[in-house]
Design a protein around this ligand. Structure first.
Ligand code: HH2
Length: 264
């Protein structure tokens, strides 16, 4: 199966890797269009960093950052646009501006309205697992069995979304690499994507340049591309449906090379 590439577009001053690079609307739109040219199957626009230790920004500021970018991308391309938010009002405004997906790192727990907003607009929904909140999540995350607990959570939240009217075929799930997880938790989740896929929903993985790679390699985010690609290759073999990545062109090359190698 051909994994889809979700290009990360953070319209923020402080995201852990691309913060401050696409803060202005024009720069963000150019970046989004470049990612689409490079082969992104969906562009994920975020207006608030959720890196460990981060605090929420005012809702009006989040809307100011993302809505013009979503509108401009929608006017200039047909590729699905995703809004990375856990706030219903931000999602609503982005969907009205033309977004197609909601990517919610709280698994629809951040705002009780989120599931019905998604249902009303016919949006695809990515339900992600996180233990704790971004501000404190890396202080001492703990699990009895991380894979089982994450799978149960994702299935429970997906059922709730279906009850609120989101069609099952518009739902995707994501174990939330780095969100309230120690190195070994991330490793267990990456090695057990089959268990997570057993729920039947397409699986999204967002490992790109994250700090677990810093722990493995002793490198900062700008120097974690090779590590990211190694994990991506592994996940492609495992049949993951969507890879959420900063480096779309490199991943397209990875995917093409792998397809060439596997061809009969
Ligand atoms: N990771 C981040 C943000 N949103 N969404 C999903 N579905 N899965 C993820 O793993 C995920 C996500 C954090 O990464 P990034 O957007 O690059 O950084 P920041 O939160 O600092 O903006």
């Amino acid at each position: 199966m051909r994994p889809r590439l979700m290009g990360i577009l953070n319209v923020t001053p402080d995201s852990f890797y691309d913060g401050g690079r696409w803060e202005k609307t024009d720069a963000a739109v150019r970046r989004g269009l470049r990612m689409i040219e490079a082969g992104a199957d969906v562009v994920d626009v975020g207006g608030q960093s959720t890196r460990p230790g981060s605090s929420p920004v005012p809702i009006r500021e989040e809307i100011r950052r993302v809505v013009p970018v979503v509108r401009a991308l929608r006017a200039r391309c047909d590729v699905p646009v995703s809004i990375d938010t856990s706030r219903g009002e931000v999602a609503r405004r982005a969907l009205e501006a033309g977004a197609d997906w909601i990517n919610d790192v709280t698994g629809l727990r951040g705002d009780p309205e989120m599931a019905s907003i998604a249902a009303e607009h016919g949006a695809h929904v990515v339900i992600m697992h996180m233990q704790g909140t971004p501000r404190t999540m890396q202080e001492d995350p703990s699990y009895d069995d991380v894979v089982d607990e994450v799978r149960d959570f994702l299935e429970r939240r997906a059922r709730r979304a279906i009850e609120a009217g989101v069609p099952a075929d518009k739902m995707l799930v994501d174990p939330g690499i780095g969100f309230g997880k120690k190195l070994e938790h991330n490793r267990a989740l990456l090695r057990n994507v089959g268990t997570l896929q057993a729920s039947g929903y397409p699986l999204v993985i967002g490992h790109s340049r994250k700090s677990f790679l810093g722990e493995v390699l002793g490198r900062e985010a700008p120097d974690r591309l090779a590590g990211t690609l190694a994990v991506s290759g592994y996940l492609m073999e495992a049949g993951v449906d969507v890879l959420r990545v900063h480096d779309v062109a490199d991943h397209r090359d990875l995917r093409r090379t792998r397809d060439w190698l596997r061809r009969d």
